[in-house]
Design a protein around this ligand. Structure first.
Ligand code: FES
Length: 108
C-alpha cells in the first residue's frame, strides 16, 4: 500500500527504485523507505512470528518503541524494521525465534 496521489501534495513523483531481498525473493523499494513500509508496499505484512504462540507479528507502533517489527537484516537479528531504511541488495528475513546471543557480530 502506497499513497501515490495525495489530495494536498499531489502525485508522488516516479522515483528511482532499488531491489531488496526478502526471504530470497527480489522486491522493489523506494530509496528512503523503511524496511517495514517497503515490505508493506509489496503486500507483505507478517514480519515475523511470536516466540510462544507462533502468531504473525507486524508493525504496531511504527516509531521504534516496541518490538513488534523485529527482523533479521543483513545477518543482524532483531533489528527494528519500522525505523531502518532500505539499501540496495539488503537481505531481509523474518524473525522466527530468539536471537543467538552468544554470537559475536565481528565474526561475520
Ligand atoms: S513497530 Fe514498534 S518498533 Fe517497529
Amino acid at each position: 500500500m502506497e499513497i501515490l496521489h495525495h489530495p494536498v501534495l499531489g502525485e508522488l513523483p516516479d522515483a528511482e527504485r532499488i531491489t531488496i531481498d526478502f526471504e530470497g525473493r527480489k522486491i522493489e523499494a523506494r530509496p528512503g523507505q523503511t524496511v517495514a513500509f517497503a515490505l508493506m508496499a509489496n503486500g507483505i505484512v507478517a514480519l515475523g512470528r511470536s516466540r510462544k504462540l507462533r502468531q504473525a507479528r507486524g508493525v504496531y507502533c511504527a516509531s521504534g518503541r516496541c518490538c513488534s517489527c523485529f527482523m533479521t537484516i543483513d545477518g543482524h537479528e532483531h533489528v527494528r524494521a519500522c525505523v531502518t531504511r532500505v539499501r540496495a541488495g539488503m537481505k531481509i528475513r523474518q524473525n522466527t525465534g530468539d536471537p543467538q546471543v552468544g554470537r559475536d557480530l565481528d565474526e561475520d
